[in-house]
Design a protein around this ligand. Structure first.
Ligand SMILES: Nc1ncnc2c1ncn2[C@@H]1O[C@H](COP(=O)(O)OP(=O)(O)OP(=O)(O)O)[C@@H](O)[C@H]1O
Ligand SMILES: [Mg+2]
Length: 258
């Protein structure tokens, strides 16, 4: 889909004025953003900005203080995670959380328990088309997979129920560059299939290469929004957005430990 495509309002996942509190206080302070179908929307920002908290609140894992998440005029805010998933919104939380002692096959089954046999078979066929590597690993305990294969399985779990939107939190964390290069076209083809993707990504260059719209979040708020196509031409604009938050632009220095 192009930058200028007109997308019907009711096809978009709307996050409006969302606020989330955790531990010491508010960590998401009135964030509004739209996730259109068939596009990759990037959410960047320094450590502690509130990106993961936003994803968890959209997915129903954290209960927002206020604000709303709306899809097709239907309010998802405050619903339980499985209801939000059933409404078509899947999240891939930060850190690969698999049931390590279960096989790849069993991990996929866990993700399809609420589906009919037919839906499960269809979803399974689709994810194996995207990640054929998993096919030969079906009988293996998931803890024995490589980091890249684990991330494919986590994505497969989110995709197997055929969501309309997927929020991906730091897919590249801890992955070797060559493995990340394998995942990038997969993310692209997920969006090309019509799914709206929110991509939280530590490597700004990867995000800019994939995204249509880019948001930079810091200290609980969206501080900057721009088109990736413009930022690719004028990366200094993104740099100043990061500098607002006191973090360096160098993508591999933006986050923890750097
Ligand atoms: N389990 C928790 N309990 C209390 N506070 C938390 C918890 N997890 C995160 N926080 C705090 O919430 C704020 C936002 O954290 P969050 O993880 O959402 O940021 P982030 O943008 O995802 O950062 P990162 O880039 O490091 O993943 C931070 O101040 C963090 O310390
Ligand atoms: Mg995070």
């Amino acid at each position: 889909m192009t930058d200028t495509a007109v997308i019907a309002h009711d096809q978009v996942l709307h996050i409006h004025d969302l606020a989330v509190s955790r531990g010491a206080g508010p960590v998401v302070r009135g964030v509004s953003l739209d996730i259109p179908p068939g596009q990759i929307t990037a959410l960047l920002g320094p450590n502690g900005a509130g990106k993961s908290s936003l994803v968890l609140a959209v997915g129903g894992v954290l209960r927002p203080l206020s604000g709303s998440v709306v899809l097709r005029d239907s309010e998802l805010t405050g619903r339980r995670p499985e209801k939000i998933r059933a409404a078509g919104v899947a999240i891939v939380p930060e850190g690969r959380r698999l049931l390590g002692d279960l096989t790849v096959e069993e991990n996929l089954q866990v993700a399809t328990y609420a589906l009919s046999r037919e839906q499960a078979a269809q979803g399974r066929a689709r994810v194996l088309e995207l990640f054929p590597e998993l096919e030969k690993r079906m009988g293996i305990e998931s803890r024995l997979l490589s980091g890249g294969e684990q991330q494919m399985l986590v994505l497969a779990q989110a995709l197997v129920s055929e969501p309309r939107f997927i929020l991906m939190d730091e897919l590249s964390l801890g992955l070797a560059p060559v493995v990340l290069q394998r995942l990038i076209p997969a993310v692209r083809s997920i969006a090309d299939s019509g799914i709206g993707v929110l991509l939280i990504e530590q490597f700004a260059t990867v995000a800019l290469g994939l995204a249509t719209q880019v948001h930079v979040m810091d200290r609980g708020r969206i501080r900057f929004t721009g088109l990736a196509s413009e930022l690719r031409e004028r990366p200094e604009r993104l740099q100043s957005a990061y500098l607002l938050g006191g973090a360096a632009l160098e993508p591999d220095q933006v986050r923890r430990g750097a």
